[in-house]
Design a protein around this ligand. Sequence first.
Ligand code: SF4
Length: 264
Amino acid sequence: MKVSKCFNRKILNPCNLEMYDYQMDPYIGCEHFCNYCYALNEAETDWEKEIMIHDEFIERLSQALSKIEPQTIYIGVDTDPYQPSESTFRQTGKLLELFAKRGFSVCILTKSGLVTRDIDLFTKMPDSSVGISIAFQNEQTRQLFEKSAPLNKERIEALEKLKDAGIDTYTMISPVMPFITDVESLIEAVASFLNTIWIYRLQIESEESPSWHNIQSILNKHFPDLTEKYRRIAFSEYHPFWLELKQKLKEIQIEKDLNFKIEL
Ligand code: SF4
C-alpha cells in the first residue's frame, strides 16, 4: 500500500450529524475498500493501492483545536481510522493523545479490532464513544462486499473489550442490504452486551455512482434475482421494504428494551 502525503488540506470540517459541530478524518482514502462505500464517489486515489495522510498532521490539528472550545468531534466519516496503515502511521492514536491532553472527546467509528489498542486514551477523555459497524451475519457474503475489512468475529470481540473497559460503545448496522443483511440476527449478536444500535440503510447516490457499479456486479454474479429489486429499493427511502423494516424494528426496540437510531 502506498501512503502519500497531502498538503495544506483543511483538517477540521463541519459535521453533518446534528449531535456534533465538527468531524475529521485521519486518513484520506480507506484500505478496507468496501464495495458499497459512499465515500468512493469522492475517492482521490485507487484505495486498493494508495491512500493519503495529512502532512504535519498533529501540528496543524493542534492549531485548529486551539481555535475552538473543547468538545466531542466525530472521527471516521469518509475513512476507517483503524485501517491497516494505522498500525504503522498511528495517525489516529496521535490524534487521540492530543485530544486527551486538550480536554476534547471523540465519537469514533471503525470496523477494526485495532481500536482496542487505544482503550486507555478513550478512558482519559471526558465523553468519548466508540462504534463498530457490521453489515453481514455471514462471513462468506461479507467477503463478497468488503473483502479487505476485518472479520465480524474480530469486531464483536472488540466491542466486548471496549464495553468491559467501561467505554461508551455502540454498533452501527450499516449498510442494511435488502434481502441480504439479516438485521434481526445482527441485533441478536450484540444486544446482550450493549443497547445502542444505529441502523442505516444502503444509500446510493445514483446509478452512476461507483458503489452502485460495484454492488450491481456482485449481485449479477452471486444474487442475480436481486439486481432489479435493488434498483427499485436502493434509490427510494419510501419504498415499502424500508417502511416495513422500520416498523418491525420499532417493535423489536420496545420488546427488547433497546435504544435504536434508525436511518432507513
Ligand atoms: S471501512 Fe468505511 S470508510 Fe472504509 S471503505 Fe468501508 S465503508 Fe468506506
